[in-house]
Design a protein around this ligand. Structure first.
Ligand code: PMP
Length: 451
């Protein structure tokens, strides 16, 4: 066994290692470059996960490595608290240029922190308590962001959380309006597409109408583009396709190019002034490493490359291709319910369709099996064929495909081909179950080994 497996199990997360072994994911990845990863046995994989949509430029892109080396050669102070942080100012200017009129950026290190910065901003700016969020939503796992987590499994063990956080259904304007009328709402927090809930797209016009309703009722709309931002859905920010600009925009993941932890909470100057625009309040939000010069230099380069390489347009073209080809190879398959997505955020939803015999006989069993087993089984089988991808973290029957935006047509064809070949062999749940069962049995026999 690779020595880091035992180290990880002993010192970081024992249950995670057991789970990897049990499902058959057991591999240690040692190198990453562009679209490809290599494991400790020298096997090559094409990456359709991209670190949950962080490595939009591919892994360890040369231009970012050069930017980091160049930065380290300058000896500018990385952290600066007794004067303006120059790198942060420059990055905020570059972000303002592409997110007009969101002229102010507050920087954090993770997506969850940047969401919390947005929620705090809204409470401070409006002097109101209520935070609305959507069922199914995912915004991070800190106590604050957990309070607006639309997944009970993730949230429940940590109750009680921040008070006055209220859940409403995603995509439901009537529910939003009713909540805005019934409560003193500071913010409505929402994702343009619920990625972790299984790439759930809202009805057309929902977001722009939600923004209008929020404005009407004096609440701020906080748009969480941690996963959809930076070109992933076919425009730099997903909201650009919806014909509105949110009051608050949250970015993370790909902003750091998969190399440095940086996230941002953008808003209009007027909103920031209301929240923090006085001697008493200017320092109510911040953290030691926020806006550090190294991360800001990398993020500026990410923005530049995203534009120079036209990655949003590539995401659109290649995303359309991926959806079209997946629909072709899975058409009429009794275990494929849907192929959907926008740009290179694509979902293959697995589960019983009315056509399967087993489903007609035992619909409950089939539904449970497909929820718990099918997505993981498929992603392990794809791993064995040299493809990295995963089910949506909160909806295991949805296989999520979100490669680096640098993916080429051949990469897409490879993945489509492998998925098509694999699914062609397994046209009923019984066969999937047998294969999954045999694999699990082999793992039990070998003591849940991590191979
Ligand atoms: N918001 C969204 C939409 C996300 O997908 C995620 C991460 N999956 C987060 C927030 C949290 O980001 P982080 O893990 O960097 O805290």
């Amino acid at each position: 066994m690779h020595p880091s497996v035992q180290l990880y199990a002993t010192h970081v997360n024992p249950a995670f290692v057991r789970l990897l072994g049990a499902f058959g994911y057991g591999r240690v990845f040692e190198r990453a470059r562009g679209m490809h990863l290599t494991d400790s046995e020298g096997r090559d994989y094409v990456d359709f996960l991209a670190a949950f949509g962080s490595a939009n430029l591919g892994h360890n892109p040369q231009a970012l490595k050069d930017a980091i080396v160049a930065f380290l050669g300058t000896d500018v102070p990385n952290l600066m608290h007794t004067g303006p942080q120059v790198g942060a100012a420059e990055l905020a200017r570059d972000l303002a240029a592409v997110a007009h009129p969101l002229t102010i950026s507050m920087f954090s290190l993770s997506g969850g922190e940047a969401v919390e910065a947005g929620l705090k901003l809204a409470r401070a700016a409006t002097a109101r308590p209520t935070l609305l969020y959507c069922k199914g939503g995912y915004h991070g796992t800190n106590l604050g962001s957990l309070s607006v987590m639309g997944q009970g499994r993730m949230r429940d063990p940590f109750e009680p959380l921040v008070p006055e956080c209220r859940q409403i259904p995603f995509g439901d304007l009537k529910a939003l309006e009713a909540a805005l009328k019934a409560h003193k709402v500071a913010a409505f927090l929402v994702e343009p597409i619920q990625a972790e809930a299984g790439v759930v797209l809202p009805p057309k016009g929902y977001l722009a109408d939600a923004q209008r309703l929020c404005t009407q009722h004096g609440a701020l709309l906080v748009l969480d583009e941690v996963q959809t931002g930076m070109g992933r859905t076919g425009s730099l920010f997903a909201y650009e396709q919806e014909g509105f600009v949110p009051d608050v925009l949250v970015l993370g993941k790909a902003l750091g190019g998969g190399l440095v932890p940086i996230s941002a909470t953008l808003t209009r100057t007027e909103v920031h002034e209301r929240a923090y625009g006085s001697m008493e309040r200017f320092d109510l939000h911040g953290s030691t490493y926020s806006g550090n010069a190294l991360s800001c230099a990398v993020a500026r380069e990410v923005l530049r490359l995203t534009s120079e390489e036209d990655l949003a347009r590539r995401a659109k073209d290649h995303g359309d291709l991926l959806v079209r080809r997946l629909r072709e190879v899975t058409a009429g398959h009794p275990l494929v319910r849907d192929v959907r997505g926008r740009g290179l955020l694509v979902a293959l939803e697995l589960g019983p369709t009315s056509q399967g015999i087993l489903n007609r006989l035992l619909p409950g069993v089939v539904s449970q099996v497909s929820k718990r087993v099918f997505g993981q089984w498929l992603s392990v089988r794809l791993l064995e064929r040299g493809i990295i991808c995963q089910p949506a973290s909160q909806q295991w029957n949805v296989l999520k495909l979100s490669p680096p935006l640098t993916a080429e047509v051949e990469d897409i064809e490879k993945v489509v081909g492998e998925i098509g070949d694999l699914l062609a062999e397994y046209r009923d749940v019984g066969k999937v179950l047998r294969d999954a069962g045999e694999r699990l049995g082999a793992q039990v026999m070998s003591g849940w080994s991590f191979r």
